[in-house]
Design a protein around this ligand. Structure first.
Ligand code: 5GP
Ligand code: SF4
Ligand code: MG
Length: 457
């Protein structure tokens, strides 16, 4: 998911729309904004892509100097409007809007306890739990109440919380999900990805730190801490796949990190081949890096139909396969008769790699050597990325040779864990750590009695 917030601009709702549009790749299931006109909060949201949702929006009715927005991507919790964020809760003493990126691992347990005590939930999303924890602690929301509520959560999150008076932004104690602050003239902006700032002409100021709660109102920005500052564990998949190449995550540019992953991969796993190609769009940077390091020419061997969305975020395997077919086409004139190195950023279920290898062979490739610019994904993610069961992960259930056979490649290699770390981590301070749990099994945040399936948002 992606979150966006703006405080102190007379075009708040419109700017939220532009910011969300820049982060469309972070979620395509639904989008929305909640605007604050100083006396009340108003919500506008819908299912589908940002443009489709906001096509109908009457911005002159979404007035106010403050807005928070959200793009949603999920597997659990259902594709229903109730789960589209920001969630808005009205109360006589004051309203509350929430936008969340991440996953609360103990949401199910907390929700059970809250329901036991009489709470009634509007949605099946894990995000709503925080609203109840906050509201139960008192009618007048403040830093202390929010901190206490956040301290009951186990998981990964970047939260935006809006009341009539203030906007709050918080990042989980391990700093797994990204969230940055910027300025646009006198206004403050907050976003999951810095590409949203560039889109609206805002300037990046800083990242919100693990365990930090930031309060924004007309008097400016105030920082408090709800959890001890620990080692940062920024999601490595933000760099591998999720974020846009023009974004910086934790002060590291995504394109640059991906290019280095490709360069490391070329050192670790060279191939006897004629050309290097990447799978658009997320693997292009790594393919350029691999080509540069290996000295092989980078070619455009596959083109993407730009009118098809991300294939991963589809409901069924059948649709996923169909999606890949519609989305990518081989450039026969480039591929025919060649020994090809095909770079992809990651393999999850193996659908993409298998289809592309077959497609390249059908287009006349003599050999296809698959090189993956991240380590094999063998473990589920409990922190909000859609890889929630081991069963679906091809690398959890097959050997390297087994996967190579399964996808029909002539050879297959993955980037090593240390190669990945070298590409992302600039200096080994506590601020620069990454989460690699889905690849290494080293989980930075654990919950007692963890289940295979968790709630996503
Ligand atoms: P697969 O086809 O193996 O199931 O998924 C891997 C492919 O899906 C890669 O090409 C990657 O770019 C793309 N992809 C889309 N969404 C995601 C995601 O959330 N995580 C990862 N690792 N890859 C994704
Ligand atoms: Fe990211 Fe993987 Fe960690 Fe999940 S387990 S937060 S996808 S690195
Ligand atoms: Mg891809």
């Amino acid at each position: 998911c992606g979150v966006f917030g703006i405080w102190g601009h007379d075009k708040a709702a419109e700017l939220a729309y532009y910011g969300l549009h820049a982060m469309q790749h972070r979620g395509q299931e639904g989008a929305g904004v909640v605007v604050n006109n100083g006396t009340s909060l108003k919500s506008y949201k819908g299912l589908g892509l940002v443009n489709d949702v906001f096509k109908q929006a009457k911005f002159d009715e979404l007035t106010g100097l403050v807005a928070v927005g959200h793009v949603r991507y999920s597997t659990q919790g259902g594709k229903v409007i109730e789960n589209v964020q920001p969630l808005l809760f009205r109360a006589q003493a004051g309203s509350l809007a929430l936008a969340h990126n991440g996953n609360i691992m103990n949401a199910h347990k907390l929700r059970g306890e809250l329901e036991e005590e009489g709470s009634i939930f509007q949605s099946s999303s894990d995000t709503e739990v925080l609203a109840h924890l906050i509201k139960r602690a008192g009618n007048h929301v403040n830093e202390e109440i929010i901190s206490n509520a956040l301290n009951q959560l186990v998981g990964a999150y970047a939260y935006l919380i809006l009341t009539e008076e203030k906007m709050y932004a918080a990042v989980d104690p391990a700093g797994i999900r990204p969230l940055s602050i910027g300025r646009l003239g006198e206004a403050y902006v907050v976003a999951s990805e810095t590409c949203a700032f560039d889109q609206i002409g805002a300037t990046f100021k800083r990242e919100i730190l693990p365990g930090e709660l930031v309060t924004i109102d007309d008097s400016g920005v105030k920082s408090t801490r709800f959890a001890m500052r620990g080692k940062r564990s920024m999601c490595a998949m933000e760099y591998v796949y999720l974020s846009r190449p023009d974004s910086n995550v934790n002060y590291v540019n995504i394109h640059t990190a991906r290019k280095k992953m490709g360069m490391e991969l070329a050192k670790e796993a060279p191939a006897n081949a004629d050309i290097v190609i990447g799978v658009p769009d997320s693997s292009i940077s790594a393919a350029i890096g691999y080509a540069e390091e290996s000295g092989l020419p980078y070619e455009m061997g596959i083109i993407k139909n730009r009118y098809v969305g991300r294939t991963f975020i589809q409901p069924s395997q059948e649709l996923r396969e169909q999606g890949v077919k519609m989305k990518l086409s081989p450039v026969r004139g480039i591929i025919e008769g060649k020994r090809v190195v095909m770079i992809d950023d990651s393999i999850v279920r193996g659908t993409t790699s298998r289809r592309i290898v077959h497609m390249l062979k059908a287009a006349g490739a003599r050999e296809v050597h698959v090189r993956i610019a991240s380590p094999a994904i063998q473990n589920p993610c409990y922190y909000g990325i859609d890889m929630s069961t081991k069963k679906e992960l091809i690398a959890a259930n097959n050997s390297l040779r087994g996967i190579c056979e399964e996808i029909g490649a002539d050879s297959l290699s993955y980037l090593s864990e240390s190669g990945l770390e070298q590409a992302i981590v600039k200096d080994k301070t506590i601020h620069q750590g990454i989460c690699t749990a889905c690849m290494t099994g080293k989980y930075p945040v654990k919950e007692e009695g963890e289940k295979e399936i968790s709630y996503m948002s």
